[in-house]
Design a binder for this molecule. Structure first.
Ligand code: FES
Length: 113
């Protein structure tokens, strides 16, 4: 986990509000990003990707999380949660990753460098 930062990070939710296998969508205007961001809990490990699938604009936060990947709910494309790499057709363009950290029981998105 990254070292806690005191500014520029965005509160997502409390840890207990993002159960294993679930995702939460942070709207772009809240995340301070061009696209909404999806934050995932995969076995207690947290990851964040741009929410919009690179294939046809479905919301990845509505997808299925398992074994380090998220499967898109629309056509079943898959992305590596750690790297954003498109690992399952029909998705072919990688997803943008974001930093995420836990501080005092809350999940935060970190600003992009
Ligand atoms: Fe995600 Fe098609 S919209 S795989």
């Amino acid at each position: 986990m990254a070292e806690s930062r005191t500014s520029g990070r965005v509160l997502v939710c409390r840890v207990e509000d993002l159960p294993d296998g679930e995702a939460v969508r942070v709207p772009a205007e809240e995340a301070g990003t061009e696209d909404a961001v999806a934050v995932f809990n995969d076995g207690g490990r947290l990851f964040a990707l741009n929410d919009t699938c690179t294939h046809a604009r479905a919301s990845l936060s509505d997808g299925w999380v398992q074994d380090g990947h998220v499967e898109c709910p629309l056509h079943g494309g898959a992305f590596c949660l750690r790297t954003g790499e498109a690992v399952g057709a029909p998705a072919s363009a990688d997803a943008t990753t974001h930093g995420v950290e836990v501080h005092e029981g809350a999940i935060y998105l970190l600003p992009r460098p």
